[in-house]
Design a protein around this ligand. Sequence first.
Ligand code: MLT
Ligand code: ZN
Length: 457
Amino acid sequence: MVDGLLGDLAEVVGPANVLTEADVVAGYAVDWTGRFRGSTPAVVRPGSTEEVAAVLRICNRAEVAVVPQGGNTGLVGGGVPLAGEVVLSLARLADLDDVDLADRQVTAGAGVSIGRLQVAATEAGLAYGVDLASRDTATVGGTIATNAAGLRALRYGDTRAQLVGVEAVLADGSVVSHLGGLVRDNTGYHLPSLLCGSEGTLAIVTRARLRLVPAFAERVVALLAFDAVGPALAAAAAVRSVLPSLDAAELFLHSGLELVTEVTGLPAPFPEPHVAYLLVEAADQLDPTDALASAIELLAEVADVAVAVAADPARRQRLWAYRERHTEAISSIGTPHKLDVALPASTLAAFVAEAVDRVHSLAPGARTWIFGHAADGNLHVNVTGLAPDDDRVDDTILRLVAFHGGSISAEHGIGTAKRSWLSLNRSDAEIRAFRAIKAALDPHGILNPNVLLPAAS
Ligand code: MLT
Ligand code: ZN
C-alpha cells in the first residue's frame, strides 16, 4: 500500500480514522465465525456520506479495492478483507433521524445498530420489522448488504421489504440519494432493491429510509415439543394458516437444545427430551393467548405435542433463549460451516434427515446442527468438526438443496463461502447479467471484489 494513498485518505477522514496498527486492524480482518480470515493495510472510518465519496474517489483512481464493513456479524465471509483490501468501516455513520409518524418511516445511517433502531421505533409507538439475535451489533448497512431476514420475516418480510429509499455512493464517488420516502414512486429502476443483497459489490449504502410497522401491546410465546421433525414442520405451516397474529415460528432439534442447555446452563424446558421443537410467538393489540391456544388444540388433534406457554416478558425471553442462543452455543465448540438454505415446504422434513446422513457419511467425526425459520422454509445447517477450508460437506449439502429446488442462501448472502456454488441457483445468463451490472457500476472492480460472483475463470 502506497503511503501516499493512506495520507490522502487521512486528509479526508482525519488521521485518527485511518487505523493501521496490526493488532487493531486484525479484528476487522476476521469474520464473526472465525472461519474467514484475511488481512488489510488499513481500516478507514469515514464520518459522513461526503467522506465516503471522497474515499471512494481516491481508491477508484488508484484502483485499490475496498471492503465495506458494518457490525461484522456476517456469516459468509462477505465483510472481511480476503485479499488485502482496505476496510471501509461504516460504524461512524450512526445518525438516526426522528421517526416520521405521519409516514411511519425513519431515516437511519448505515452504522446504526438494529437494536438502536428498534428502541427508537418502540419509543415512537411503532416497531422495526426485522429482528435478529445479533441485533445489538448488526447494522442497518450490513443488513441491507445481505438482505437480512431474521425472526419476524414470516410477518414483515426481509430487509428489502422494509427499504423505501437509499443513499449510496458509487465506486467513482458519485452519490445517489433518494430518501423522500414515497411509497408510490415508479420513476425508473428501483435502486434500493438492486443494492439490497448486493453485498457491497455495487455501491456503498450510507443511509436508508425504512418503513416501520405497528407495535403490538400483547404478546405470547409457546414452545411446542414433537416426537418427529415432520409434525413440527407441519405445525409451523398449520399455525401460520390459522393464526393471523403469528410473529415467529422457529424450529430447533433435540441435539441443538441439549447443546444450548449445556453451554448456557439454562434448565431443560420439558422433563423429557423430544425430537423437534417449534417456538411460536403471536402478537396483537388484544391478548392473542386464546387464539394461540385454539391453534395448538388443532395441532394436538393430529400429533402428540408438549406445550410450554409464556406471556410475561421474562418468561417469554427464557423460551426464546433456547432458540436464539444456538448460534453462540455452536460457535463455542468449534468453527462452524454455516449453510443457510431455503427449501420448498414439501421437501423440508426429508431434507433434514438426508442432510444429517450425508454429513455423517462424508465426515463421521463432524456434528450437524439444524435450526431455523420454519415457516419460511429457511433452515440453518451448521456443521462443526471440519477444517475451515474443507468444502466437501458444503458441496454435498448445497447440491442436495439445489436437487430439492431450494436456495443455497436464504438470508446470510453468498459472500465468499458460497460464491463457487452460485451456478446451482443462477443460470449462465443470470450470472452474465450480474457481471454486466457490476461492470457498469464499478468498472475497476474495487467494491468488495471477492464475494458473491464466482471468481472469473
Ligand atoms: C439465526 O437465525 O440465528 C441467524 O441466522 C444466525 C445463525 O444462523 O447462526
Ligand atoms: Zn437465521
